[in-house]
Write a protein that binds this ligand. Structure first.
Ligand code: TXA
Ligand code: MG
Length: 310
């Protein structure tokens, strides 16, 4: 059974320790309950996807205590400062160009060169960030395909036994996910949410752009994904001499997703290994078969996209 924790300092400290130890803790923000993990721990982040039963890896929002921490992970700009001054802490996420060597797990950004960050306004979220003293990756704390939870009861109805604990802070004040604004180019409204578009446009002094083409296929669903430069061949039973090779289980290969065939480890390594194989140069990457069970479904989904003709 998942532990149910209160807002007492002792419980909050315990929740911070659990996250530090690589466990999952659901916690209230002002928008909805998030399913939190240490954003620098790939195995912990992989378990978020496992607990939610997400069939694919969508990048996650990194929660930080203050805009100064956000600047360590994302490249900052005058616009970012303006929006942070106006709306943080609060229900606004900013997608910023990712800095190098941030220590964030590549699974958090799903291998992209941008990162979504926000400073939540909820007291308990801030207390947890202080107790853990690091970045917390958190999607909404619901099983994949279900609606976002706004009470601890909702969280446990969907995720009991799949997470270490839930911090119970009562119902969320906003009850709607954060607004997401992309700042990798001209300011773009990527997802409507807790901060109205008009309020953001008033602060900026100009309209927000809408995502181009089919960039967003469904609310909050990202369609463009990290794809390596090299051509990718899947379910390879043997390697060709001109291929960079990505293994799974005991085998000879350039890089191995998991020698012990552990799908959580494989998920944590997926984007990093693809980046590293791509950086080795060469036109082709071959990937060993990955079982379609558990996190394997999401791994295979991403590999299929990486292998799709471009
Ligand atoms: O209010 C919220 O935002 C809640 C609370 C827990 O903070 N979180 C939340 O997370 O709604 P989630 O995972 O359900 O939605 C995150 C959205 C996804 O649609 C994802 O595509 C988008 O953020 N996202 C994350 N990183 C991105 C990036 N680098 N570029 C574009 N979109 C990104
Ligand atoms: Mg969600």
């Amino acid at each position: 059974m998942s532990e149910r924790l209160t807002s007492s300092p002792k419980d909050v400290a315990h929740a911070g320790d659990l996250i530090g130890a690589g466990a999952l803790v659901a916690f209230p923000t002002e928008t909805v309950y998030g399913l939190g993990a240490d954003a620098r721990n790939g195995r912990a982040v992989a378990q978020i996807y496992q607990a939610k039963g997400r069939p694919s890896f969508n990048p996650l929002i990194v929660h930080v205590a203050h805009a100064n921490v956000a600047r360590e992970f994302g490249k900052w700009s005058e616009t970012a400062q303006t929006l942070a001054d106006a709306f943080w802490p609060g229900p606004l996420s900013l997608v910023l160009p990712l800095r190098k060597n941030t220590g964030l797990s590549e699974l958090v950004t799903a291998g992209l060169e941008s990162v979504a960050i926000r400073v939540p306004a909820g007291d308990l979220a801030q207390d947890l960030l202080a107790a853990f003293n690091g970045p917390i990756a958190a999607p909404s704390a619901n099983p994949s395909g279900r609606i976002s939870p706004t009470t601890a009861e909702h969280v446990l109805a969907g995720l009991d036994n799949k997470i270490a604990a839930v911090l119970d802070g009562g119902p969320c004040a906003v009850g709607l996910e954060s607004t997401i604004v992309g700042l990798t180019g001209a300011p773009t409204l990527l997802r409507a949410g807790g901060v109205p578009r008009e309020a953001i446009e008033a602060v900026l002094g100009h309209p927000l752009k809408d995502p181009e083409g089919s960039a967003i296929s469904a609310p909050g669903q990202l369609e463009s994904h990290y794809a390596p430069e090299a051509r990718v061949r899947l379910n390879a039973e043997t390697w060709a001499h001109d291929e960079r090779t990505l293994g799974f289980g005991q085998m000879e290969c350039d890089l191995n997703l998991s020698e012990t065939a552990d799908l959580i480890e494989a998920a944590a390594n997926l984007f990093g290994h693809l980046h590293r194989l791509d950086a080795m140069g060469g036109a082709k990457i071959a990937v060993a078969p990955i079982p379609q069970t558990g996190l394997g479904a999401a791994i295979n989904d991403r590999l299929k996209r990486a292998a799709a003709p471009r």
